[in-house]
Design a protein around this ligand. Structure first.
Ligand SMILES: Nc1ncnc2c1ncn2[C@@H]1O[C@H](COP(=O)(O)OP(=O)(O)OP(=O)(O)O)[C@@H](O)[C@H]1O
Ligand SMILES: [Mg+2]
Length: 375
């Protein structure tokens, strides 16, 4: 199996990096160093080479290099890489006040083409407590997994959310024209059903992948989607009928949504992802921090395999602080799983010792105050 991997990474005026030029091979890359050294910044830079909002959802003003009061005029990330169809170059960057541009082999590229050519998957430290945390964060995490394999899902989510905010504003203003609201809700229903269908499809692939692999350091999870439109579709409703049902819920919810100032109507923005730790038969949210992290890692690894099959290349993995909360056995399991996948995982951690299980199987870099040194 091929892997999506970077061979050379260059950053220009990105966060703390004026000019960084790293040569790497296809093996995992472990980056260690103290807090604030600039480890996550490297992963964030790579994340801008994929469709989406980047690892931290930051805008150009935040990521462009600042020194005192002075901001650089633009930032850029460039990578020589290899994907499902061989060698390629990836570039991303933005001038202050302008949108980010992403290029594949020097040309602008659609989200879908980029995701196919160079699949990528990210896991962030905030996601460790995903199953005990707020519903919206969990849904965002799951939608991120779905979008990595189906970039049109991200577009449908953006379109739906734009319409939802537009409708909400009209309802709160209290002088909306009902035919206008009808039109918005019709569009919301079409996008909403597409969103729910893509989630169900992704969930069944993910669950099959989880069930197919043996129980390792990472426990199995039983996943389910708790959402009105997802339930309609799962019960066999045709998409036209599901759209009508969603549109009705939105129409009937107008007064309540307007009065409460929140979109309480049961659309796909209110869906939740639930998970049970299969071995313990407990809801994931009741498991220990480390157990929850292990579940989240298992989901991400399973989705990585789904993506590998869909694109023909193991996705590049951005695993920020992946070893935090994991004991030595689970760290060894992570090293095993990444090797098994053949993926170029970019890992960060505060100490080299966290990556002992990767010795020989990963390239090590030490970062101290923005200085990156191969070790
Ligand atoms: N726009 C910017 N210009 C210059 N420096 C920046 C900019 N944005 C962030 N930084 C610097 O980057 C550093 C943070 O880097 P990063 O988040 O990569 O740290 P880290 O090594 O991942 O640390 P931790 O272990 O705490 O997660 C901070 O010191 C911050 O001052
Ligand atoms: Mg960090």
């Amino acid at each position: 199996m091929k892997s999506a991997h970077i061979t050379r990474l260059r950053l220009t005026d990105f966060r703390g990096y004026g000019a960084l030029d790293l040569d790497v091979d296809a093996r995992p890359v472990a980056i260690y160093g103290p807090n604030g050294a600039g480890k996550t910044n490297i992963l964030e830079a790579i994340s801008f080479l994929a469709p989406g909002k980047g690892l931290r959802g930051a805008d150009t003003e935040a990521v462009v290099r600042h020194e005192g009061d002075m901001a650089a005029p633009a930032w850029a990330v460039f990578a020589e890489a290899s994907g499902a169809r061989g060698a390629l170059t990836l570039a991303a960057g933005a001038r202050l006040g302008a949108r980010r541009q992403t290029r594949l082999d020097g040309s602008p590229v659609s989200r879908a083409a980029l995701a196919r050519a160079f699949p990528m998957l990210a896991l962030q430290p905030e996601e460790d407590r995903l199953f005990a945390g707020p519903r919206a964060e969990r849904l965002k995490f799951f939608d991120g997994l779905v979008s990595a394999a189906a970039p049109e899902h991200g577009e449908a989510l953006n379109a739906y959310d734009k319409l939802r905010r537009q409708r909400q504003k009209l309802l709160e203003d209290g002088r909306a024209d009902p035919t206008w609201l009808d039109a918005i809700e019709t569009d919301m229903a079409a996008h909403g059903v597409a969103i729910a269908a893509a989630r169900l499809d992704a969930l069944s692939r993910l669950q099959a992948e989880i069930d197919a692999a043996p129980d390792t350091a990472f426990p199995k999870a039983g996943l389910a989607l708790d959402g009105a439109t997802e339930a309609d579709l799962a019960a066999g409703m045709k998409s036209g009928a599901a759209e009508d049902a969603l549109q009705n819920r939105l129409r009937e919810g107008r007064d309540r949504d307007g009065a409460s100032g929140r979109s309480l109507s049961l659309g796909p923005h209110r869906t939740d992802l639930t998970a049970r730790h299969t071995g313990k038969d407990r809801p994931a949210g009741e498991c220990s921090t480390g157990e929850q992290k292990a579940l989240v890692v298992r989901l991400a690894l399973a989705q990585a395999r789904v993506l590998a099959r869909a694109t023909g290349a193991a996705p590049l993995l951005l695993l920020d602080e992946a070893c935090a909360h994991l004991d030595a056995d689970r760290r060894a399991g992570l090293a095993e799983a990444i090797s098994g996948l053949g993926a170029q995982a970019w890992l960060t951690g505060v100490e080299r010792g966290l990556f002992n299980a990767f010795d020989g199987r990963a390239q090590m870099f030490e970062v101290i105050a923005g200085q990156v040194t191969p070790r």
